[in-house]
Write a protein that binds this ligand. Structure first.
Ligand code: FAD
Length: 446
């Protein structure tokens, strides 16, 4: 249920295992009318996502429409820029259009003889005991009841399949909203169709309690997202008129304003959307129902990992299908046992990264700490992999990355009082402290 990003990929994996799949999607076919490819909302795709796409042989097709972002560029209130690479040379995350990616995947799904794809099919109800579900055809308003053998709920953060599980015994569920919302805005392409700011980077305007980010599109424009408090002195509540919006942006994002000719219109026409973390368990009912993707673990978007985590769900399920063959109960049981601690850790990492992006990246001490961490990593490559790289450029389980990240942070808390500049790292007394810390650390991808 759900033909979004994770649902389409999952259908491909199931078909490759020889299963007949029926894929139901509530929306009309997005490959008809809709935003032009490259101009819609975009997402950061990283190693875990690529690995899952490679597993069904579609990574190359996606790479053609993906823009590499080698690092973050921070914009200060004077228009000054600071660059921070994401990883080592050659490592990047990629900006891809959500709609473009979804369209490409639906094309591949449609070409797969084992998959039947249905649009305008809204899941209204699931009867877990009878293994039946009710579908409303939103084009004709006709309802029908369909029975299922194995039902995969990949219908997103507000999943109808999960709603049915919520009414079963001992199902745990929590949803936690941030006091922040987000709004999509646009930096337009330059008149010659080129990118008006550096193309191969993720741009951040960190402002302490809030921030704006921008990811490049193929057509020279950038898709911006303002993450902003709902209430308070600078908040959605206080920006009520076009004049207030312009004055605010001129005050806090002055270098972006000339690049956003439709700012005031977009600000009031585009919705303000909320940010939620959803946790639930169990994800499986016997060998009959399994939740994956946002339906199982919706997270806030600050690590750019929601889709990547959902794609990694498909990689893990694929491995388990290879291992346990047709024993679906075992596959589902092991899937939830393996994934739940990892997606919980990813949810924590995502909230943590919000503080880092909106606030800490503007702090010179923090930027110095990051530089020292990369020196540490270069000197002790088998003992220190920066947390961002563990999450973004590796397939280390998220729970291990989270634990390693916390251990690394305590080491940095002990080292940084002795370091005032990059050069200090080479001082013998600092090197001695570093060596002592590293001697206590186990070897491995940390
Ligand atoms: C602002 C923002 C920025 C983000 N940036 C990133 C990023 O940079 N990198 C990243 O990895 N992730 C990012 N994410 C997270 C990412 O968007 C999600 O994790 C991802 O879309 C989850 O995919 P999914 O297929 O599980 O759910 P969805 O993409 O939500 O797809 C669910 C599908 O199910 C359909 N559906 C829903 N209800 C029903 C129903 N009742 N019946 C039938 N069909 C139904 C929907 O129409 C939809 O097509 C971001 C999220 C947000 C909000």
């Amino acid at each position: 249920m759900g033909g979004g990003l994770v649902g389409s990929l999952l259908a491909l994996y199931l078909a490759r295992h020889g299963h007949a799949v029926e894929l139901f999607e509530r929306r009309p076919d997005i490959r008809g009318a809709g935003p032009i490819e490259g101009r819609s909302i975009n997402l950061a795709l990283s190693d875990r996502g690529w690995r899952a796409l490679e597993g069904v042989g579609i990574a190359e097709a996606v790479r053609e429409v993906a823009i590499p972002m080698h690092g973050r560029i921070m914009h200060d209130t004077q228009g000054g820029l600071t660059f921070q690479p994401y990883g080592q040379a050659g490592q990047s995350i990629y900006s891809v259009s959500r709609a473009g990616l979804n369209r490409r995947m639906l094309d591949l799904v449609e070409r797969e003889p084992a998959i039947r794809l249905y649009f305008n099919q809204q899941c209204r109800r699931v009867d877990v005991k009878r293994q039946e579900l009710e579908l409303l055809d939103t084009a004709t308003q006709q309802s029908r009841v369909v029975s299922y053998q194995h039902l995969f709920g990949v219908d997103g953060a507000f999943s109808a399949v999960r709603s049915a599980l919520q009414r079963t015994d001992r199902f745990n569920y929590s949803q936690e909203f941030l006091d922040y919302g987000y709004k999509e805005l646009t930096i337009e392409a330059a008149p010659d169709g080129q990118w008006p700011i550096e193309k191969n980077a993720l741009h951040i305007w960190p402002r302490g309690q809030y921030m704006m980010i921008a990811l490049p599109n193929l057509d020279g424009s950038f898709n911006c997202t303002l993450f902003f408090p709902y209430e308070g002195p600078d908040s959605f509540a206080t920006l009520q008129t076009p004049e207030q919006v312009l004055a605010f942006f001129q005050r806090v994002f002055p270098d972006a304003v000339p690049l956003m000719p439709n700012l005031q219109t977009e600000f009031f026409e585009n919705p303000t959307s909320s940010l939620v973390t959803i946790r639930c368990f169990p994800w499986a009912v016997h060998d009959q129902v399994l939740l994956l993707g946002d339906a199982a673990h919706a997270i806030v978007p600050f690590y750019g990992q929601g889709m990547n985590a959902g794609f990694e769900d498909c990689t893990i399920l694929n491995e388990l299908l290879h291992r346990h063959g047709p024993n679906w109960a075992e596959v589902f049981r092991e899937f939830e046992a393996q994934r739940k601690p990892n997606t919980d850790a990813m949810a924590n990492l995502a909230v943590y990264n919000f503080q880092e992006m909106r606030d800490r990246v503007a702090d010179p001490r923090f930027l110095l700490q990051k530089k020292i961490e990369s020196k540490l990593s270069a000197q002790y490559p088998d003992k220190w992999l920066p947390l961002y790289s563990q999450v973004t450029f590796s397939s280390l389980p998220y729970a291990e990355a989270w634990a390693n990240g916390q251990a690394q942070e305590s080491i940095m808390q002990r080292l940084m009082p002795h370091i005032q500049s990059e050069e200090d790292y080479q001082r013998p007394e600092v090197q001695q402290l570093v060596a002592a810390e590293m001697a206590r650390r186990p070897t491995g991808p940390r």
